[in-house]
Ligand binder design. Sequence first.
Ligand SMILES: [Zn+2]
Length: 283
Amino acid sequence: MTVSSIYSRYIPATVPKNGPNSFEWLFIFNTTQILIKDELGKLSIPTSEDLNGQKLEYENKQYLGELDGYPCYCMEVTDKVDAPQGMVFTELRALLGQLESDIFLLAGRAFQIVNCNRMNKFCGKCGTRTVTQQNELAKRCPSCGSVFYPRISPAVIVAVVRGDKILLAHNKNFRQNWYSVIAGFVEPGETFEDCVVREVMEEVGIKVKNVSYFGSQPWPFPDSLMIGFIAEYESGEIIVDGEEIDAADWYGFDNLPQRPVSTSIAGRLIDAVILNWNREKRD
Ligand SMILES: [Zn+2]
């Protein structure tokens, strides 16, 4: 499988190498939303040229590195700031699949840096106001030396396969008749594979084996990283936990319920299982 990397066009850095540039990518956030340029439904990240002449009151303009040779910054504004003409503040999550995938990844990165700055204004250990580290992505306490990094919360997501069926579950927070694969946060002291075994057992009472890595996807809502796996059914009958999951079943190719689309790793996992079935049928 060929893996495309954002680093073919993006160079991360915390301090700009060059002086001011007339063209900058600007990832601008109010409390919950990101500023987006909307040209007849074509969405993009605004640049300094788009803002030309329009002053935005902001705090914490922070350098993110270079995209396609141009500097990127994240900026924080208050909710009182109105979106300039032709732009709109929108939920980051609504942009998944709407923005080019590299740009979406960068927007998520920017969002997590802005959140890190907000959450770590003061040292959690001694209460002193923190400063931004120059050489790495972090805040540092000048008094006790504690360093605070952007929080990343790893969560596993797993397609459990039993012959030509896949396990799909309905989470209480999902809309009706909409099913997905099992997911859950990694706990201290756990490997990803252990987490897969525990989560599937806890949520649906099934024992799995042959847990194999599939891929990953940053999920910046607000700070998750989804790590995808495919696992095989070993034993047990489905017993939903009733807490998170209120329904689950084995689904075949011809009776799949409504499910995630392939812009999410959940959708890609399900697509990969279906593709495998099709291959096996052909062989
Ligand atoms: Zn401190």
